[in-house]
Design a protein around this ligand. Structure first.
Ligand code: C2E
Ligand code: MG
Ligand code: MG
Length: 541
């Protein structure tokens, strides 16, 4: 938005045009005088009473006509100019209040108009619902498809919101991909606001098409109500923002109502976020190792690497807490490479037949240099690429499949294998299975754990194992907690398994001790390929 140059020009123009008006007025008066005299002379001349028309009077009259014409033209130009100035003033006012892209209010105007709405709701014994709407992973759309498509998406989002919410709502765009909507509702009918939030989540999850590109979006919404949660519009905005945060951290594509406990959670999250930036270079985030077992022979084939944060005051923090924070603050790449470096270093002298499986966040597959970074870490630590397996989830395939395919192509060229993790929980699509050259399918623990008591889980696990068979992809079942489950999985042809039955994840020192006891350290003289010769059913933890 630029300041209009028209405003300071106005007084100067008006004073100048006052002179024009005065000259025109005087000219009109003179015209009446000279015109009258010329007219009388002309009549006398025609009737033969006069001596003739005075030429000086005709010149004076023509001069007056010219002056009047000039005045009229100048008046019209001035009117146009004044209208332009007024329009520019109006435009400036609108620009100062509204977001130019969507026409929604901006933050300041929402605060002002919201205060009026807030007061009016109070007087009428009603409540204001404030919905804070955030487009999930919007930055990725800009990064991937460019700002023009990003803008089209934002306009589409604004139109979708406007079509769903009550007509009298205040609508605002507060940041790049953050919108707000406020409306009055009956405090005893919170379900009204609930329904609107649900319809918004559903409406914004519909794929959007622009320039032949289909974009899958979703939105997270935080909702707060004026009567329960706050005393002013600004406090209402803040509580809706906290609720939005909760909706995001609970998995996105949903709405959440504000509750006071969210404030404490948010504070804790802030502390973890700050701590995480320091924890990664300080190697407080360490790899733990979960055994993976050949179900037919009971032999340990390798380990899945699982990150743990050994926090100096809070104890051990699990990855489901800090991985999403690392993803959000853009630290997941550094964290992952730090974990890999530590894990590869630790496993360098383990038995040469033991593999490592590492988890990769879908966000890392947006890094065109990921393969090079992993290969560099392997070279620097001296860990063979052939002993590494990368685990990715189906959600990694939605973003930028060509880039994911190129990264995976580079990894596979080096002999690194690829597993599809948590299969069965997401889309479980055949197309996804074929999109990348997977070497293995991992069946999610939520099905494995319940195969004995839940026939549906059994059917799913069975189907995935059959699918693996027909695609020539071995399967690994996660979350095996008891021997009966292990037996059943063996019977249906699952190749590998992992879970607490074989022991909890161990840190590097604990794994080393365990491997030493089992004579599975590479430098032990009598341990040539011991993992392959190990006849014990499984390793004790
Ligand atoms: P995941 O890759 O599916 O890992 C398996 C999770 O199941 C691990 O949880 C493991 O401890 C747990 N688990 C294994 N066996 C059993 C069992 O018998 N019963 C039960 N109830 N749970 C079992 P964890 O370590 O909390 O990891 C959770 C998720 O965090 C992982 O799921 C993975 O998606 C992610 N994660 C862990 N480490 C990393 C990492 O370094 N990078 C990334 N990007 N993600 C990681
Ligand atoms: Mg995994
Ligand atoms: Mg898994």
């Amino acid at each position: 938005m630029t300041a209009s140059p028209a405003a300071p020009r106005l007084p100067r123009n008006i004073s100048r045009e006052f002179v024009t008006g005065a000259v025109t007025g005087a000219a009109a008066l003179l015209l009446v005088g000279t015109g009258g005299a010329v007219l009388l002379d002309a009549i006398a001349h025609v009737t033969g009473d006069g001596t003739g028309i005075d030429h000086r009077l005709i010149v004076a009259m023509l001069l007056n006509v010219a002056l009047i014409l000039f005045g009229v033209l100048r008046y019209r130009a001035l009117s146009v100019e004044l209208n332009e100035v007024a329009d520019a003033g109006m435009r400036d006012r609108i620009l100062a209040q509204r977001d130019p892209l969507t026409g929604f209010l901006n933050r300041r105007s929402l605060s002002e108009d919201g205060a009026t709405l807030f007061g009016s709701a109070r007087r009428r014994g009603k409540a204001v619902a404030m919905l804070m709407i955030d487009i999930d992973l919007f930055k990725g759309v800009n990064d991937l498809h460019g700002y023009a498509i990003g803008d089209l998406l934002l306009i589409h989002v604004a139109e979708t919101i406007a079509a769903i919410v009550p007509g009298s709502s205040l609508l605002a765009r507060l940041g790049a991909d953050e919108f707000a909507c406020a409306f009055i509702f009956d405090p005893s009918h919170q379900e009204v606001a609930d329904r609107i939030a649900e319809r918004l989540v559903a409406g914004l999850a519909t794929p959007f098409r622009a320039n032949g590109i289909e974009i899958h979006t979703s939105a997270s919404i935080g909702v707060a109500r004026s009567d329960a949660d706050c005393a002013s519009i600004d406090a209402l905005l803040r509580t809706a923002d906290i609720a939005l945060h909760a909706a995001r951290t609970n998995g996105r594509n949903r709405h959440a109502w504000f509750s006071p406990s969210m404030e404490r959670t948010l504070q804790l999250r802030g502390e973890l976020e700050t701590g995480l930036r320091h924890a990664i270079p300080a190697q407080q985030i360490i790899p733990c190792f979960e055994q993976q077992v050949d179900l037919a022979t009971g032999r340990v084939t390798g380990f899945e690497v699982l990150a743990r944060w050994e926090h100096p005051t809070r104890g051990t923090i699990t990855p489901d807490v800090f991985i999403p924070i690392a993803e959000e603050i853009g630290a997941i790449g550094d964290l992952s490479l730090s974990i890999m470096r530590q894990a590869f270093t630790a496993a360098r002298d383990w038995d040469a037949a033991l593999t490592l499986s590492v988890n990769i966040s879908p966000l890392q597959l947006r890094d065109a240099w990921l393969a090079q970074k992993i290969i560099k870490t392997l070279v620097e630590t001296g860990f063979p690429a052939s002993r590494l397996e990368i685990e990715i989830t189906e959600s990694a395939l939605f973003d930028n499949l060509p880039l994911a395919q190129s990264i995976v192509g580079s990894l596979k060229n080096q002999g690194i294998r690829l597993a599809l993790d948590d299969f069965g929980t997401g889309y479980s699509s055949l197309a996804h299975l074929r999109a990348l050259p997977f070497d293995r399918i991992k069946i999610d623990k939520s099905f494995v754990a319940s195969i004995l008591e839940n026939p549906e889980s059994m059917a799913i696990v069975n189907t995935i194992a059959r699918l693996g068979d027909s695609l020539n992809l071995p399967t690994t079942a996660e979350g095996i907690e008891d021997a009966a489950v292990e037996e059943r999985l063996c019977a249906i042809g699952c190749a590998k398994g992992q879970g607490y039955l074989y022991g909890r994840p161990l840190n590097a020192a604990q794994v080393r001790r365990m491997l030493a006891e089992k004579r599975l350290l590479a430098h032990q003289p009598d341990s040539e390929f011991p993992a392959l010769r190990d006849s014990s059913p499984r390793l004790a933890s």
